[in-house]
Design a protein around this ligand. Structure first.
Ligand code: BGC
Length: 249
């Protein structure tokens, strides 16, 4: 079975039909640039372009970088245009796509669902937390394989700051931090999350998962196993399609 997955990110809107048995893209993905400002209307146009590229007419799953409730309603927009807050994204995208059935989910939750089934989380039980390090920090919490959605652990307070402002990849770039310096901040952050949830494992996702050899060895004193994500660029697309499949009638 195939469902179309779309990953809406700060720089690009990427999508492709997803083969749900393989957990992989069924065709090469299409990417358009995210408009700036990334308003609901502008992003919906980009999504339409990506879906139309394949002439797709079936169900579509989309990620969004904020809290999304009920597969539909955007509740927060930390790093995107504030006009998203309280937007019914299911109705917006569904309308723009000519009435196709649409499910919208948090981006980290989508990546987590894909990793748990097809990547670094395969076969893991107990409490597992995927953290994505990018413009912000996204989180996906699993208990015996079941997702607890919208956990937003990137916004925990760390040393008086919003954690993602200190320990995201963007914070590393903006502050021109060395890998070691940044890894120490990530270590403090992981220690805090570990104190709250005592997970069996942390899965480290986002662009930095490809560079795990540059920083994981600097992280000490965490009891949970720390493993890099495996699906990398496509985790969001695959996970969005998987969530859409789980919510089809
Ligand atoms: C948002 C999360 C999102 C994360 C990664 C955070 O700022 O609040 O919802 O998952 O960024 O995009």
């Amino acid at each position: 079975m195939q469902i179309f997955g779309v990953d809406i990110g700060g720089s690009g809107i990427k999508g492709a039909p997803v083969d749900l048995e393989k957990g992989d893209l069924a065709q090469e993905r299409c990417k358009v640039l995210t408009p700036h400002p990334a308003t609901p209307d502008g992003v919906a146009d980009g999504v339409k372009q990506v879906v139309d590229h394949f002439g797709w007419t079936g169900p579509v799953g989309l990620t969004f970088p904020g809290v999304v409730t009920g597969g539909a309603t955007v509740r927060t927009a930390a790093n995107v245009d504030k006009s998203w807050i309280d937007t019914d994204a299911r109705t917006l995208f569904g309308g723009r796509l000519g009435g196709l059935p649409v499910t919208v989910v948090n981006d980290a939750d989508a990546a987590g669902v894909a990793e748990m089934q097809f990547g670094a989380g395969r076969g893991r039980s107990g409490t597992v937390i995927l953290l994505t390090f990018g413009t912000g920090i996204g989180s996906a919490l699993f208990v015996d394989g079941a997702l607890v959605p919208n956990t937003e652990l990137g916004h925990l307070e760390l040393g008086g700051h919003d954690a993602e402002k200190r320990a995201s990849s963007k914070a590393k770039e903006d502050g021109e931090l060395t890998w070691e310096h940044w890894a120490r901040r990530v270590q403090k952050y992981l220690a805090h999350v570990e104190m709250l949830f005592s997970p069996e494992a942390f899965i480290i996702g986002g662009g930095v998962s490809r560079k795990a050899d540059k920083f994981l060895h600097f992280i000490e004193g965490i009891k949970a196993e720390i493993v890099p994500a495996q699906l990398q660029n496509n985790a969001g697309i695959v996970g969005a399609a998987m969530r859409a499949a789980q919510t089809q009638p």
